[in-house]
Design a protein around this ligand. Structure first.
Ligand code: AMP
Ligand code: GLY
Length: 422
């Protein structure tokens, strides 16, 4: 079977590794992939949003199955186009990807169907947004409607900060067209939980829970990033919380999308906050999270390709999805300066006998040498029977990997460990 993965980060590397385990996969391609993924799949330099290029490639190589991973090709309708070309896909169609592509859509969906989330108002007129702020409770959260690489969320502590955030999005167009509409929402407090799920539009199977570390700095300080590390499972996701999430959030969301003629097939990601009133949705993503995938998939015992095909074919209810009872920790090694500007092109030295899985996010290959080429460079994942063991092993491996200007947080998992003890 010829399988194609669209995307080129650590998440895609984790997916490629898992797909490779299946003996039915005879050819595995990744567009565009990266220098590290190229060790596990054939990488072809066709960009993830070059939909014409992707469809032409799939036709020419007679691809049997495609996995579309990043948010932008999904929002642009990559799955619709590939399906029209006769290629079955894992991933939502455009009309379902909107659950991530428009925050206004997501909030209205939750309101229509009584799914717990932060209270909010949405605006496409700046004066109306500014007027609303005058009486809104602070802190307030100001979000650009569209995709903004995870950066379109500003938390304003005070009214002047909130005004500034609205102006930055709506007048200065700091997030381009994404900020033409904004959502202003109530500030929620509590631990965050990421739950990725498989859903075929009817059945939903949550994967093992995880905890992301979004801020660049230790102690959750500094700028928001794509994610600096993850652990799984998330200790706050107790069986009681899981049950509430299933009844109040997961099933209602899948049913709501189906009822509105937008059946969601693929990986639906729930960004949750465990508030005093119970779990609430912070955001939906229409795809695997990164670096969540780098701890979740190494714990998947079932065959990934079989599960994905069951999703595509609408037979998830009959497909076993099993996770290991171990724990996993992923530490992201980034370029110093990320998410701001950073230098790249440094050789990466990786010992042969590393006792961890290494997922490559931002590196290119030059001859046989990997060179840094992105903000997030590597994800170093260890799977062990307990979280402390997984963390120790991941950090032991990180200390043996070297490149100039490497930066990583030394406190990944600290909060999860404290939660377990508390
Ligand atoms: P998002 O891109 O929507 O996931 O938001 C990025 C981060 O902002 C989240 O992971 C939260 O830490 C924070 N955030 C978003 N919405 C809220 C909210 N309503 N209350 C508190 N924090 C929030
Ligand atoms: N790690 C969060 C995301 O993928 O959006």
């Amino acid at each position: 079977m010829k399988v194609l993965v669209i995307g080129g980060g650590g998440r895609e590397h984790a997916i490629v590794r898992k797909l490779k385990e299946n003996q039915r996969v005879t050819e595995l391609y990744c567009l565009p992939g990266n220098g590290g993924i190229a060790r596990d799949a054939v990488c072809v330099p066709i960009g993830a949003t070059d939909l014409e290029g992707i469809v032409a490639f799939a036709r020419e190589r007679q691809i049997d199955y495609a996995v579309v991973t990043p948010d932008d090709p999904l929002a642009l309708g990559a799955v619709d186009l590939l399906e029209a070309a006769g290629v079955p896909c894992f991933g939502p169609r455009k009309n379902a990807a909107v659950i991530e592509a428009s925050k206004v859509f997501a909030k209205e969906l939750m309101k229509r169907h009584g799914i717990p989330t932060a209270r909010y108002e949405s605006f496409d007129d700046m004066d109306a947004a500014l007027a609303y702020l005058e009486t809104a409770p602070m802190p307030a959260v100001v979000k650009a409607d569209g995709l903004a690489l995870g950066k379109g969320v500003l938390i304003a502590q005070t009214l002047p900060e909130a005004r500034e955030a609205v102006r930055a999005m709506m007048a200065d167009h700091r997030f381009g067209k994404s900020g033409e509409r904004v959502v202003i929402e109530e500030f929620l407090e509590g631990p965050e939980i990421s739950v990725l799920s498989f859903t075929d539009g009817k059945t939903i199977v949550p994967m093992i829970s995880s905890m992301d570390h979004k801020r660049a700095g230790e102690g959750d300080t500094g700028l928001n990033t794509g994610g600096m590390g993850t652990v799984a499972p998330n200790p706050y996701y107790t069986p009681e919380v899981a049950k509430r999430c299933m009844e109040e959030i997961f099933l209602p969301t899948v049913r709501a999308m189906a009822a509105e003629g937008r059946p969601f097939k693929g990986c639906l990601y729930f960004g949750l906050m465990l508030t005093k009133e119970g779990p609430k949705v912070i955001e939906y993503n229409c795809r695997f999270g990164d670096p969540e995938t780098q701890v979740v998939l190494p714990l998947l015992k079932s065959d990934l390709l079989s599960v994905m095909q069951a999703v595509t074919e609408g037979r998830l209810a009959d497909c076993p999805v099993e996770f290991s009872r171990d724990a996993a920790a992923c530490v992201i090694m980034a370029s110093q300066g990320y998410p701001g500007s950073y230098q790249k092109g440094f050789p990466i030295h990786i010992p042969e006998d590393l006792d961890a899985e290494l997922f490559v996010a931002g590196a290119k290959a030059q001859d046989d040498q990997l060179l840094t080429s992105g903000g997030r460079v590597l994800g170093v994942t260890a799977v062990r029977p307990t979280l402390p063991q997984a963390l120790e092993a991941a950090y032991a491996a990180v200390r043996r990997v070297h490149f100039e200007n490497a930066y990583y947080r030394r406190d990944i998992g600290k909060r999860a460990l404290a939660a377990k003890e508390g």
